[in-house]
Design a protein around this ligand. Structure first.
Ligand code: ATP
Ligand code: MG
Length: 164
């Protein structure tokens, strides 16, 4: 496969063992270009979420490397957002406040309140939740709840968003 742009995120021959000597997968290489959307397909338990955790820097590969902008990923990167497979909205915050939440994280760029509101509005619109912005997470059914979780990643300054 040829890549029109330099890859933003790259995995090189990664392996991951939860138990020593029992790899969930090995020799996995992939690259993701800017604006590219990559979907991992595979049976339950084949290691998709595990691979996403490596790409997001939550776990280190047992072998191989992950690079973000050609720098090795050794810890969660402030420009990378991981959206968990399970619905994980904070129940004490309304939907819009959940989307805004990550913008306050220590390593996120400082932005004005106005810019923050614009980001949240855009992210909610992108995931089809504009009309639910003031809803509580418990008021959302499964689909919109999952969309809200996606919004929490889209709303940040992340350059890569990986979703389980
Ligand atoms: N924290 C953990 N400790 C030990 N084994 C784990 C852990 N997390 C996952 N596993 C095992 O690793 C394998 C891959 O799990 P993973 O969650 O990556 O699969 P998946 O492809 O995302 O599955 P699904 O489609 O069901 O979400 C499974 O056999 C799982 O039981
Ligand atoms: Mg999974």
């Amino acid at each position: 496969m040829s890549y029109p742009d330099k890859p933003l995120l790259r995995a090189e021959r990664v392996r991951y063992d939860y138990s020593p000597g029992q790899p969930v997968f090995e020799d996995v290489s992939l690259q993701i270009a800017p604006r590219e959307i990559l979907v991992l397909l595979g049976g339950s338990g084949c290691g998709k979420s595990t691979l996403l955790r490596l790409l997001a820097g939550l776990n280190r590969p047992s072998a191989g490397y992950v690079y973000f902008h050609d720098a090795p990923v050794e810890r969660p990167h402030p420009r990378s957002a991981l959206i968990f497979q399970q619905a994980s909205l904070l129940p004490w915050l309304k939907v819009s406040d959940n989307v805004a939440y990550g913008l306050n994280f220590k390593h996120q760029p400082r932005i004005s309140r106005a810019e923050r509101n614009v980001r949240v509005t855009r992210a909610l619109s992108a995931v089809g939740l504009s009309s639910h912005s003031k809803a509580w997470p418990t008021e959302l059914s499964g689909g919109p709840g999952a969309a809200g979780c996606t919004g929490t990643g889209v709303g940040t300054s992340a350059r890569t968003v990986v979703r389980g």
